[in-house]
Design a binder for this molecule. Structure first.
Ligand code: ATP
Ligand code: MG
Length: 421
């Protein structure tokens, strides 16, 4: 028989693990809502051209990582490798860009990149991301960074994280930097890795992002973007920092931060960890003022970030700081047809009151049902046999203590809705 396995680098998420993901996502939703963001949901498949145009032809994503295919109607489509381009596409297409350009949006969901799978790097992974459209103000960058720091540090209590920020310049000042960098790289070309030799001509800034140790060493005294900032970029970055200080967000300035996607300008930032080896970036973000126009919309500025959910989950696993509300189940041991008839309506009512209830479909013995309840992690078992029915009562057993009490059927809903609220 053929054994079916999941696609390499794409993982199932099973219970009870799913509860942790739900808890994390709920926390993110609540945090974003408290800062005035609304959720946007876009399709997982987009036209390939959207990504080649925005992410950039010479980025590793577009060069070699996209899951692209031609559908039955000869349309070139791609499983989204990232969330910003689809959000921008939707922001323009829906008319939001023209009618309500000031928007704070968040999204969460799977992304697809055909990379070499390893711990913290998968082919289907999940991102939680946010975007602010309609303001070029440094305050937007700073508050957004403060929000993600709030989530990771204040809410999730994660240790060993560092926030690194940079400004990668703008269309005004970056070309001069790139020219100088190109000259620098050209004189060392033969010592760079083959990837960098290729990137160096098409997209020299990306060489700074190379993970190869030898390249990193070679680049130690490469020209730095901050020597080239125009006045606008300089003052934008100064204001971002001033506001981060005001908000008590600790940060490190790292002029080597660039972004792997072409559409970024000015603020670039990452939250990195020392705990995941080469998969050190947990959050990456930055400003992309030209992107909306580049994708056919009005000239609206934007800034955003994306959290890698798997990496965050690995860190949370390690730190043990994600609090998942303990599930409180009640198991009903309904012994016989009459007990089912009498209690199934009560069970329904309990569920309407938000109580989690299970009962045995197989109608097994009391002993088997008790064992099953234990396995399910039930907190209580409600036992109902003929004798109880005759007296309109049930036995409520608390599994942890073994305590058992007789309770009138009428009291069940009040009793458990209070216990489980
Ligand atoms: P890296 O340098 O680790 O490849 P990146 O620069 O490609 O990251 P972005 O495109 O900026 O990452 O995506 C934002 C975040 O999404 C990353 O910081 C990371 O946490 C997460 N991420 C990116 N690619 C993957 C992947 N293949 N598997 C799991 N998480 C990922
Ligand atoms: Mg990458």
């Amino acid at each position: 028989m053929t054994k079916y396995t999941a696609v390499k680098g794409m993982n199932d998420c099973l219970p009870p693990e799913t509860r942790k993901w739900q808890a994390l996502e709920q926390l993110a939703r609540d945090t974003f809502a408290s800062y005035g963001y609304s959720e946007i949901r876009t399709p997982i498949v987009e036209k390939t051209a959207l990504f080649t145009r925005s992410v950039g032809e010479t980025t590793s994503i577009v060069e070699k990582e996209m899951y692209s295919f031609v559908d039955q109607g000869d349309e070139a489509l791609t499983l989204r490798p990232e969330g910003t381009a689809p959000v921008v596409r939707s922001y323009i297409e829906s008319g939001m860009a023209n009618q309500h350009p000031n928007a704070k949006l968040y999204y969460m969901g799977p992304m697809f990149r055909r990379e070499r799978p390893q711990k913290g790097r998968y082919r289907q992974f999940h991102q939680i991301g946010v975007e602010i459209f309609g303001t070029a103000a440094p305050a937007a960058d700073a508050e957004m960074i403060a929000m993600v720091w709030d989530l990771l540090d204040h809410q999730l209590h994660l240790p060993d994280l560092a926030l690194e920020i940079n400004s990668i310049g703008c269309a005004g000042c970056r070309p001069e930097f790139l020219r100088t960098l190109e000259t620098y790289l050209a004189s060392r070309a033969e010592k760079l890795c083959t990837d960098c030799q290729r990137r160096m001509k098409k997209n020299p800034m990306r060489v700074l992002d190379c993970k190869n140790e030898k390249c990193r060493e070679l680049l130690q005294d490469a020209p730095s973007i901050h020597e080239f900032w125009c006045e606008g970029c300089q003052s934008h970055f100064t204001e971002v920092q001033a506001m981060l200080k005001l908000l008590h967000v600790p940060y490190i300035v790292n002029h080597r931060i660039v972004r792997g996607l072409d559409y970024y300008m000015r603020t670039a930032f990452e939250v990195i960890t020392t705990r995941l080896g080469a998969q050190s970036a947990v959050v990456a973000g930055g400003r992309y003022d030209g992107l909306v126009r580049q994708l056919g919309g009005p000239d609206v500025p934007g800034v955003g970030f994306a959290i890698g959910e798997e990496r965050l989950m690995l860190l949370l696993e390690d730190a043990g700081t994600l609090s998942v509300k303990e599930e409180q189940h009640v198991c009903f041991a309904l012994l016989g047809e009459a007990a089912r008839k009498a209690l199934l309506p009560v069970i329904r009512e309990l569920r309407h009151h938000g109580v989690s209830v299970q009962w045995d479909y197989e109608d097994r013995s009391l002993k088997a049902q008790m064992k099953h309840a234990d396995k399910l992690g039930a907190k209580w078992v409600v036992i109902v046999g003929d004798e109880e029915l005759a007296n309109k009562v049930v036995q409520v057993k608390t599994l942890a203590t073994g305590d058992q009490e007789t309770m009138s059927i009428d009291k069940l809903v009040t009793y458990f809705s209070e216990k489980c609220s």
